[in-house]
Design a protein around this ligand. Structure first.
Ligand SMILES: NC(=O)c1ccc[n+]([C@@H]2O[C@H](COP(=O)([O-])OP(=O)(O)OC[C@H]3O[C@@H](n4cnc5c(N)ncnc54)[C@H](OP(=O)(O)O)[C@@H]3O)[C@@H](O)[C@H]2O)c1
Length: 241
């Protein structure tokens, strides 16, 4: 499924989940693809994989720990020749050095990014933005408090911008996975609601033509969150508090 044929941008270019979602939406080459992120083996490997498939790939720096989310090098890289057709934002961390860093990276930086990219696409009058949020944005957990609060800020920013963006021809999709088997969750016990990057990617690809604004993966996560919100905390398993 190709939402638009302009440049495709993945912010969090090393993310396994982001890469699965991006490749599920790219459509056939040739197409310009920009991978943004901190330099890493994973990011270069993703760039090489896309080049081998025939895409025109460039990479650019993006460090969400920098003041105001380090968005300037990314915006400078997106020159006028890059009309953004697809943006996937996959930035997130559960291992930030401090509470403040976690809020800054998961929350403020991503909110700033979403706002800037939606504005840019709205000015051009087309595009699809996919934000990899989390079920934790809808039901913050004390055990991952700063991560949850950051995700809430990013998720709410995207949802608040979505109606005006749609009126300007831009679609926003907020994806709320539960537990996905990626580098982020390596070594952790799988809870009941777990899924894979391929399943998230497939659900996202199916949600886009329906102009959905929020999608949960697995689907039952939405129901589980509604139930957990209503339960007295003593009845909630400690791992879900
Ligand atoms: N895995 C899950 O269970 C799960 C569940 C719900 C939501 N999500 C969300 O899905 C997205 C992708 O996660 P993933 O599972 O694919 O994990 P991942 O591989 O750890 O991806 C996280 C991405 O965020 C980037 N990032 C972290 N800190 C950054 C910073 N300061 N500046 C720039 N980039 C930074 C990482 O880049 P580096 O390589 O430079 O660190 C990486 O590209 C995240 O937003 C995550 O919160 C994941």
């Amino acid at each position: 499924m190709t939402p638009d044929t302009g440049t495709a941008l993945l912010v969090g270019g090393s993310s396994q989940l982001g890469f699965a979602v991006l490749t599920g939406l790219l459509g056939p080459p040739p197409r310009r693809v920009v991978l943004a992120g901190r330099p890493s083996e994973e990011l270069w490997r993703h760039a090489d994989q896309l080049r081998d498939l025939g895409y025109q790939v460039s990479t650019t720096q993006y460090d969400a720990s920098l003041p105001l989310g380090g968005i300037d090098p990314l915006l400078e890289h997106l020159t006028a020749e890059h009309r953004l057709g697809l943006v996937v934002i996959a930035v997130g961390t559960m291992t930030a050095a401090s509470f403040a860093d976690s809020l800054a990276v998961n929350g403020l930086a991503v909110a700033v990014l979403v706002q800037a990219l939606v504005l840019r696409m709205s000015t051009a009058g087309s595009g699809q933005l996919v934000l990899l949020s989390s079920a934790a944005a809808a039901r913050p957990r004390r055990s991952v408090m700063a991560y949850s609060l950051g995700k809430q800020l990013a998720d709410s920013t995207a949802l608040l911008l979505a109606p005006a963006a749609a009126a300007a021809g831009v679609r926003v999709l907020v994806v709320r996975p539960a537990f996905v088997t990626t580098r982020m969750t390596e070594g952790l016990d799988r809870p009941a609601l777990w899924t894979t990057p391929a399943k998230v990617a497939s659900r996202v690809a199916r949600a886009i033509p329906g102009h959905r604004v929020v999608v949960w993966v697995p689907r039952t996560t939405a129901l589980a969150v509604r139930v957990l919100r209503r339960l007295p905390s003593v009845l909630v398993p400690p791992s879900l508090r």
